[in-house]
Design a protein around this ligand. Structure first.
Ligand code: ZN
Length: 304
């Protein structure tokens, strides 16, 4: 087949998708061997990342290419250097060098006694009464070059279709506000996971603005988020990346979604399936999408 007749997935094709029609139904698999005659058959679903594949075999190759793309992508922001929080607090004059030394020693002792071993330094300082929660939140904002979000009037329960509960619980992200149908504000406790923020943008088709929130406010808001009606989620464990690609392609063939998108977040994978074509902006209703959370080469569990 002449490569020049195969349109690349671009803004025009996106527009055509949203208008409910397709450009020319060319298979998304660059190694597709199907002739033109078969392409005229009406196989409009399943779709994967805005594109169509003519057969189950081609869909498998398209999904495998996406898995390779995600594996080759580096974790976003992993290379960024940040000033250690303790040092920052001393520099800002919020604690003295002596208070820092003492807190670190107490933290070490607690770890040895195995109680409160996982408590981060900032929370340790707040619990010891050395630092206020407001001062800690401001310092974390400075450390991450991010704004501080006040969650008083946020309605996270209305955004439950943005991010699967697993990622909120595991990495701390909490969608708190949708502005203008295109900007999603996401609050984080003390550590912004840029890889998850980037994946969220890719899956939801929204811009994500990250900020730090007070731990106590975040916990209350997160309880509401986790209790809200969310999209159906299923878990899938695969022995390797190639097994994962085959399993996801099979799933897509079975479910026949109008759209599907895949992103990798550290050691997890997130596949979202749309029953109808996604709207160009805003969030879907919980019943309109389904999430598949996957791992390859290890069991499905949270990090220690
Ligand atoms: Zn094909």
């Amino acid at each position: 087949m002449n490569a020049s007749v195969r349109p690349a997935a671009g803004p025009d094709q996106e527009k055509a998708l949203h208008a409910g029609r397709r450009v020319i139904s060319t298979c998304a698999n660059p190694r597709c061997a199907t002739g033109w005659i078969r392409l005229w058959r009406s196989r409009r679903v399943p779709a994967f990342e805005g594109r169509w594949a003519c057969s189950a075999g081609c869909m498998e190759q398209v999904v495998a290419a996406a898995v390779r793309r995600e594996l080759e992508g580096r974790d976003a922001g992993a290379h960024l250097h940040r000033v250690p929080l303790g040092l920052l607090l001393v520099e800002q004059g919020r604690i003295s060098p002596e208070q820092l030394r003492q807190a670190l020693a107490e933290q070490r002792d607690a770890a040895r006694r195995q109680d409160g071993a996982a408590l981060p330094l900032g929370q340790w300082l707040v619990r010891s009464g050395v630092l206020s929660e407001t001062a800690l939140t401001r310092a974390l904002g400075a450390q991450w070059s991010a704004p501080v979000f006040a969650l008083g009037d946020s309605r996270p329960e209305e955004l439950a279709s943005a991010l699967p509960a697993f990622f909120s619980e595991t990495l701390g992200a909490l969608p708190v506000r949708l502005a203008g149908d295109s900007m999603l504000y996401v609050a984080w406790p003390g550590r912004i996971d840029r890889t998850l923020a980037y994946a969220l943008e890719g899956i939801c088709g929204l811009r994500v603005s990250s900020g730090i929130a007070r731990d106590s406010e975040l916990r209350v808001a997160q309880t509401r988020y986790l209790a809200a009606k969310a999209p159906r989620t299923r878990l899938l464990e695969a022995a390797s990346a190639s097994v994962l690609a085959r399993a996801l392609a099979r799933l897509i063939e079975t479910e026949k979604p109008a759209e599907a998108r895949l992103r990798r977040i550290h050691r997890w994978w997130w596949l979202r399936l749309w029953r109808r074509l996604p709207a160009p902006s805003g969030l879907p209703l919980p019943g309109e999408v389904e999430d598949v959370l996957c791992t390859e080469g290890h069991e499905f569990r949270r990090p220690d």
